[in-house]
Design a protein around this ligand. Structure first.
Ligand SMILES: [Fe+2]
Ligand SMILES: [Fe+2]
Length: 223
């Protein structure tokens, strides 16, 4: 079976991820590169494993997590769909069977909150892991020197996020997103402004996995 390690070492994947990141950097968006992809891959695998996914599906979601933003190499607009098609082509070229590659294609094509929906267990774990990665290290250095008013809201929210962690509660089975925000750098309302739709999608994704989704900000449970 093709593993996430095989995918990470593939020359075509490396080239496409390089172009995805350079395009996102040119647009001035938050980091979407190897760091983000690796975190999403790991968290998505942990979520699916903890809700009962078998080893095979856990490996598939790790691959989906690593490749989910490669469509940014084509264009930010529609990156979920273009990335899904790219991933399918790469994975079948690497020798993955068509069914597994199609599972990953579906998950990547549905990971974005604009038109994505949790249509499978792999898609659901990917959505939650992707939306959970909010962290100050994602903000580019040229924006960290700006005042709060000059930064865009995504930078402000990410810059204020001291810690972000998603886990499945060992007793209740709830999927908990726990975020620590520095409210001096960004009001919690800013977080809600950009994350409301994403959190709604996370709730639906958790429901697909048969779990409840909880959001905890600065130790306060909000849902
Ligand atoms: Fe994305
Ligand atoms: Fe992402």
């Amino acid at each position: 079976m093709i593993t996430v390690a095989d995918v990470k070492n593939d020359a075509e994947v490396k080239a496409i991820m390089y172009m995805a990141e350079s395009q996102i950097e040119a647009l001035g968006f938050t980091e979407h590169s190897v760091r983000h992809s690796s975190i999403v891959s790991r968290w998505a695998g942990e979520i699916l494993q903890k809700v009962g996914g078998d080893a095979h599906r856990v490996e598939l979601v790790k691959i989906a997590g690593y490749l989910h933003d490669i469509g940014n190499s084509v264009n930010r607009a529609g990156h979920a769909q273009s990335g899904a098609l790219l991933a399918y082509k790469i994975l079948t070229r690497m020798g993955m069977n068509y069914r597994d590659a199609a599972e990953i294609m579906t998950a990547i094509g549905n990971h974005d909150e604009v038109e994505g929906l949790p249509v499978s267990d792999i898609t659901s774990a990917l959505i939650i892991a992707d939306k959970a990665d909010v962290h100050k290290s994602r903000v580019r250095h040229n924006t960290t020197r700006m005042s709060m008013a000059e930064q865009n809201i995504h930078d402000r929210v990410n810059l204020a996020a001291e810690r972000s962690r998603v886990d499945v509660h060992p007793d209740t089975g709830e999927i908990v997103l726990d975020i620590q925000i520095d409210t001096e750098k960004c009001p919690v309302m800013d977080y809600f402004e950009i994350y409301f739709n994403r959190m709604r999608l996370c709730s639906r994704a958790a429901a697909f996995l048969g779990k409840k989704f909880s959001l905890v900000i600065n130790g306060v449970r909000l849902s």
